[in-house]
Each structure stands twice: as C-alpha cells, then as structure tokens.
Design a protein around this ligand. Structure first.
Ligand SMILES: [Zn+2]
Length: 116
C-alpha cells in the first residue's frame, strides 16, 4: 500500500470554493496518521478541511523554487518569482505591457517587467 507522508507546508491540489478554481493549497494541519485535515488557499487565505476524495493527490513534490525576480524578464500570468524584499509571489496579470500584478503572501503589488 502506498503511503503518503504529508507534512505541514506541503502543497496539495484542491478546488477552492472561494476562488472558484483548483490550485495548490498549503497543508496547515496533519493528523497523527499523516492524513491531511486542513489546508489553506494561498490566494484568498481561506482555510478548508480536506474531505476524502476531494483532493487530487499528485504525490508530494517539494515546493518548486521560484526564480528570483528580474525586471528584465518578461512575465506571464501564473508564473512565480522570488522577490528579495517581498518573498514568493505569483503573477496574476500583465498590465499595459511593462507592468505586472504580483500576489505576494501579504498583498498584491505592481512591479515592472520587460525592462530594457
Ligand atoms: Zn482561494
């Protein structure tokens, strides 16, 4: 029998009822049997319990390290970055060519990109 050994902080794909889309949720509570019982949505921050069959278990991949933010790089929505001051962020939208909205753990920030 395959044994999943989930830890707090691991990612698990789950439909977020608030965002209305499936995304990687962060595991915030694990039972003694290493069963995930509570996850939180990184985008809206909603905590939700994990019921059997609700999650699409893809196995636990270690969190993919994001590339450092580079203003010369051209970003697309959905890409992640590691900002020296704000930490990990996900591009949520591209604005008028040279600007991007990036969701960091605390709030949304507007950054430049494609900066020659
Ligand atoms: Zn959400």
């Amino acid at each position: 029998m395959e044994k999943h050994d989930y830890k707090i902080g691991d990612r698990i794909d789950k439909m977020c009822a608030v965002c209305g889309e499936e995304r990687g949720h962060t595991i915030t509570r694990v039972t003694k049997r290493s069963q995930v019982s509570l996850v939180s949505c990184p985008k809206c921050g909603t905590s939700s319990s994990l019921r059997k069959g609700q999650a699409i278990l893809k196995g636990v991949a270690p969190a993919k390290a994001s590339a450092p933010y580079d203003r010369r790089h051209t970003y697309r929505a959905g890409q992640t970055m590691l900002h020296s001051a704000f930490g990990e962020g996900e591009v949520t939208g591209v604005i008028e060519g040279r600007k991007i909205d990036v969701l960091f753990t605390d709030r949304l920030r507007r950054l430049v990109h494609s900066f020659a």
